[in-house]
Every structure is written in C-alpha cells, then in structure tokens.
Design a protein around this ligand. Sequence first.
Ligand SMILES: [Mg+2]
Length: 277
Amino acid sequence: MTRAAPGPEAPHSLADLRALIIDIDGVLWRGDTALPGLAAFFAFMRERGITFRLATNNASLTPAAYVAKLARFGVHAAEEEVLTSALATAAYLRREAPGAKVYVIGEEGIQQALREAGLRVVSEEDLTADIVVCSMDRGLNWTKLSNATISLRRGARFVATNADMTFPTERGITHGNGAILAALSAASGAHPTVVGKPEPLLYEMALASLSRSPHETAALGDRLETDILGAHRARMPSILVLSGVASADEAARAACPPSWVFTGLPELTHAWRSALG
Ligand SMILES: [Mg+2]
C-alpha cells in the first residue's frame, strides 16, 4: 500500500468510511475484461455494510446494462446503485430545457435517459435541434459529426455528458469523448457545458441517494482530473487505483492528490479489511 499525504478532507483511516462512490472503467474492468479482485471487493462491501453508488462518466450503457455486465463477472448490484453521466445529463436538461429538441451523438444509455426525461430526440436528418448532446458513441461517423457541427453553427446549445480525453480499453488507452468534443468545437466555435466528473452534479446525485455525509463517503476512481478532482471539489476523501489511466508518478505529482493510492482492488480490499480489524 502506498498512501499520499492526506488532504483536509481525508478521514484518519479507511475504517472511518461508510460509503463509496465508485467509478467503473479502469476500476472494475477494462472493456470486457474484469480487473482482478472485482467479485471479492463487492463481497467485502456487502459483508461490512459499506453502501455504494457506481458513478461513471461513461454514458454509453443504461443502468440495466451495467447490472447485467456486473452479473457476468459474479457481482450482484441493483439498477438504483448505478448512476451514469447520461442520467445526470438528462436530469440537467429536464430542469434547464424541458421538452427541448435534442440531436444526440451517443449510444443507448444517453438516448434512453433523454427520452425518459421528456426530451425530444431528433432523427439523423433533422438539423433543427435546440441542443446537441455529445457522448461516447462507438458508431460515430462522418454524418453524425457533420449533423452536430451544422446544428451547432446554427446556434444549438452544446452539452456533453463528459470530457474525458482518453478511455481505457483492453487494447490500450484510446480517445475519449473529450477528444470528439475538441473536434466539434474546432469545427463550430461552440464550447460545451460538461455534466460529468469533475463537475459536481454526478457526485451530488450519488451523495443524495446514499444519505451519507461527504466526510464518511469516499470517491474511488482511476483518473486524477475527473474522479479525484471531483472529490476535492465535493470535499470528499478519495481513493485512486492504478489499474486504469493514472500512474503512480502522476498521482505523486498531482495538484489535487488522492487521500489513498492502491495498485488495484485486491490491495484496497486487503488494507480496508486490516483497518477494520
Ligand atoms: Mg475510470
């Protein structure tokens, strides 16, 4: 175990934590490959009554799809335990622009969340959207980029589920939604409102549904500029695992350091079990 200098938000010990807000990609799995210690970590949390929300910037999947993917890896979770930037974006737009016409670059996770929030998702040929929402889309193509660009140049508002520049996969670290936002900004001159981490909305929604205070809840993630920075802004302690994007060197140099650093879930589970005695 390596431990960074605790920030002002850090409790004295892992034993003081009662809840976690857990990132998914790079923490639980890479692509379709579970990371080591996944099932044992969830068994430990259930055994010790540590409540959690899975809170991800990845808007491509629905909560039901995340629950099904976890089940394939031997982990039972409820849909209510999953919060995505798609749900947070839908909640934001339901409040800010109820019933608006939305052109979406994105997969089923964001499409379903927007429809369920009463937004009108327009077809690919429709260039009259009030809002362009951009999210991870593994079917991204020239037509989608072109439609989004034309809509933005005509004055549509620009909203993004997240701005992660990179994305961890089994094949290596590849482009994230932030890289696509950069392309759309270059072509349109428009700059997006970003909903996901490190912006506060996702962590605020997770904390509200956990009914825990920020000081007894930690954020667990693999990225300094989203998971850990978002935790600092929410005045929560944070745990970085090195199984995803961030390296130990980057963690040591971070302006907003995590409260704890572990190589991955097995080391975290072991340390937490030891702290509880
Ligand atoms: Mg991650």
